[in-house]
Ligand binder design. Structure first.
Ligand code: MG
Length: 275
């Protein structure tokens, strides 16, 4: 006991009186060795958005006016890997689909249940995405996954869940800001229905070799209403409702999809920056 106190005191006193090496600034100024670690490179100038406006280099996907950046998705969401095996070889990154039928009113975009998920006309790979969404008050019998559901589905297959998770329990890896059935959010930062909520998402697409083997998995960071809820998590493969996912090689850029899950979820101020 006594010796351990002595050791602690000794370490403390050594630290307390340790001297940092003297720097001879006059001598160093002759060679200026600090310049070796100072880098100069053209850093792109981006004007930040003010209020609800997007940064100057963003692709604005919805600014409250129309659905000109969107169309009906080529495919809905497969429920299992058998579905992805069938879908992925048929995906066309330049697919020309029918006009999206969701409702635009009062500067907002509302899901029109039954018309299907919508997808961007443009294909994207690595992105920073901003989206604001709102869950309506649902009838009392609509609970859990039926209680105000949509999703931001990167590349048409990797879903960040959009769900009313304010006093609406469901499985943890299916709540708002989960990577659906893969990663539980670090916190539930949900606001009550009828409040606008924000997602800022960094999505890094999976990379495949020319032979189609996985080089690096998809990685996702999500900030929900200013709270970090997914911290660069690695995805196991496409979002599966049933079964265990795995990767199947696909094009490096594909459309971003918003999910029609039969609820009148609303969206506004959607923009994306390509990384
Ligand atoms: Mg969903």
């Amino acid at each position: 006991m006594r010796s351990s106190i002595l050791v602690v005191l000794t370490i403390f006193s050594l630290n307390a009186f340790a001297q940092l090496p003297e720097i001879d600034w006059d001598e160093l100024s002759k060679t200026q060795p600090w310049a070796v670690t100072e880098l100069y490179k053209d850093v792109p100038k981006v004007t930040p958005g003010e209020g609800a406006s997007a940064p100057s280099d963003a692709v604005v996907l919805f600014d409250g006016k129309d659905l000109s950046m969107w169309q009906k998705a080529q495919f809905g969401s497969p429920v299992n890997m058998e579905g992805f095996e069938a879908m992925i070889p048929l995906i066309d990154p330049n697919f020309k689909g029918d006009a999206a039928e969701w409702t635009v009113k009062k500067g907002e975009l509302e899901v029109k249940p039954g018309t299907g998920s919508i997808a961007t006309k443009k294909a994207f790979g690595d992105v920073q995405l901003h989206v604001e969404w709102l869950a309506p008050v649902m009838p009392a019998d609509k609970k859990g996954q039926a209680g105000g559901n949509s999703g931001v589905i990167f590349m048409g297959m990797y879903e960040v869940q959009v769900l009313n998770s304010y006093e609406n329990p469901t499985y943890s890896n299916g709540q708002a800001a989960s990577i659906y059935k893969q990663h539980i959010p670090l916190a539930n930062a949900s606001k009550a229905p009828e409040n606008w909520q924000e997602y800022d998402i960094i999505f890094m697409a999976p990379k495949f070799s020319e032979k189609g083997t996985l080089v690096s998995p998809a990685k996702v960071t999500v900030i929900h209403n200013g709270v970090l809820v997914q911290n660069n998590v690695e995805l196991l493969g496409p979002t599966c409702f049933i079964g265990t996912p795995y990767y199947i090689a696909h094009p490096e850029k594909l459309p971003i999809m918003l999910q029609d899950h039969s609820d009148k979820m609303r969206f506004r101020n959607i923009w994306v920056r390509e990384l």
